[in-house]
Design a protein around this ligand. Sequence first.
Ligand code: PEP
Length: 251
Amino acid sequence: MIVMKKLVVGNWKLHGSRAFNAELIQGLLAADLAATAPRADVAVCPPFVFLSDVAAALQGSAIAVGTQDLSVQAQGAFTGEVSGPMVREFGAKYAIVGHSERRSYHAESDQLVADKAKAALSHGLIPIVCVGETLAEREAGQTEAVVGRQLKAVIDTLGEQLSQIVVAYEPVWAIGTGKTASPEQAQAVHAFLRAQLRSAQAQAAGVPLLYGGSVKPDNAAELFAQADIDGGLIGGAALKAADFAAIARAA
Ligand code: PEP
């Protein structure tokens, strides 16, 4: 078993306003997450347009910032895209890539997600690569085949850089539904992902594996206690300062 520092990341999705964010950040700063810093790194990923505000408000705190997506391009005629160098300039440390909402609503393929992970690394960002199966895929016994295929594209694309990523297992059926994978269900998939990473590259066995899908203050500790769960990617509960802080403390 690999014991590593936990990582708790909030994905704000398409939520917030300048006023809402200011209040949320005030709550997070008041929660003094610096006390959890020796055990857990914490980050929040607001919509791109708020990155500058949020990074400025969190500067000097124990909370890092990231983005919810990233272009594979650095610059050019790519209308609507936002690139790694741009978000780095505003202090981003992480970039979520391959969230299931991007895969399904924006038809992002496994290869595009892998290319986004590569682009993130090439611009000094840590990609948080999301993988996860739908309910139909789980019920058809395809969970390992699906997450294995999604991760393989990343393994094949990143080569030597594989050990520098974070992976988030997010069963699609658990995202925003209130249905959490049981700690045993999540651990089983995490162990599978850990083995796949290890067999691709010995060093990649140390890649942090986050669980995401309806993590709440009352289920976080049990999930984070699993041998191969190194933290969480938090959606809905990241919009409430008290809940997000409680989850970070559970790490
Ligand atoms: C997510 O979208 O990454 C997520 C885990 O959402 P929720 O916590 O709301 O299920």
